[in-house]
Design a protein around this ligand. Structure first.
Ligand code: NCD
Length: 305
């Protein structure tokens, strides 16, 4: 199975490719446990080019490449350490890095940057987050985590909580959830951080059942998956007024026994550490799953899966 650029989850039109990726990721996880990951990317070079901070996405992609036998070249603060400071365009930067690397993982502040890069790039571009646009590889690891933990995705009630306006992980996740039948989505956000109208229209067009909810406590009793997100302070405009929201231990006690709590991380006040010991807290497993999903994606990009 070959993927070329991975720019948006709208590229995934049905669950067939997702199931292939889940199977590959499961397999790679088992092989890693036995210390027998095939070195299929030996001789290939991955470039991570990040114009925004990252812990999980960059490290997991770099670890994924290393585990598969490939190597990594990297710039963490691309704005400071690349020729962007001299005025070079993103397009030129990508063209040049593509002459040295076989795949580029790009995180950028501007929505649409990964798509622009893909237009000129001679090597595959993987979008590691483009401003408030999308974060497709995060959404793929999110749905894989739901599949693993809940045994399936169709028919689930999924609460998306927090900053649905600027949260790119949510924007990507919605397109993937829309591929499964019978899913209901609860949208729970402070009023000024509601899901943009265009995303609501997309859900309507795809016939996805969703409701906008004010009261998190009511939703918690019904949801199978509670997907928390932090307020994206770095993306807020002058009209945005930050608001406090979050889960408490008491809130979690309202949840179904077999429900799960996810968070793309980093978390701040919306997900206090006192919840970590609860059996429903799956966000650290989710972060670990990122390694294997990204290994599966790299194998797909190089058609070795
Ligand atoms: C997310 C991101 O960068 O959009 N982080 C991540 O990649 N796991 C979420 C966030 O920063 O809030």
């Amino acid at each position: 199975m070959q993927l070329r650029h991975i720019v948006s989850t709208t590229q995934f039109l049905d669950t067939t490719v997702l199931n292939r990726l889940f199977a590959m990721a499961n397999n790679l996880e088992a092989q890693d446990r036995w210390g027998s990951v095939p070195q299929v990317l030996k001789g290939k070079i991955l470039a991570t080019v990040f114009y925004e901070p990252s812990t999980r996405t960059r490290f997991s992609f770099e670890a994924a490449m290393n585990k598969l036998g490939g190597s990594v070249i990297s710039t963490e603060s691309a704005e400071q350490f690349s020729s962007v400071t001299k005025g070079e365009t993103l397009q030129d930067t990508v063209r040049i890095i593509g002459a040295y690397a076989d795949v580029i993982v790009l995180r950028h502040k501007v929505r649409g940057a990964a798509a622009q890069a893909a237009e000129v790039s001679s090597v595959p571009i993987i979008n590691a987050g483009d401003g408030d646009g999308e974060h497709p590889t995060q959404a793929l690891l999110d749905v894989w985590t739901i599949q693993k933990e809940c045994g399936g995705i169709s028919g689930l009630k999924v609460a998306l909580v927090g900053d649905l306006k600027y949260g790119r992980t949510v924007h990507s996740l919605l397109h993937l959830l829309a591929l499964y039948s019978g899913v209901h989505i609860f949208l729970v956000s402070p009023p000024s951080f509601a899901l943009p109208e265009k995303d609501k229209r997309m859900l309507e067009q795809k016939g996805i059942s969703f409701s906008e909810e004010q009261d998190l406590r009511t939703v918690l009793k019904e949801a199978d998956v509670v997907y928390m997100t932090r307020l994206q302070k770095e993306r807020m405009g002058s009209g945005d007024v930050p608001e406090q929201y979050g889960l408490t231990k008491q809130d979690v006690s309202l949840m179904k026994n077999n429900a799960i709590i996810l968070h793309p991380l980093p978390r701040v006040s919306e997900l206090p550490a006192e919840i970590d010991a609860d059996h429903r807290a799956k966000y650290f497993d989710q972060a670990r799953n990122g390694l294997y999903m990204r290994m599966a994606l790299l194998c797909s990009v190089f058609n070795t899966g």
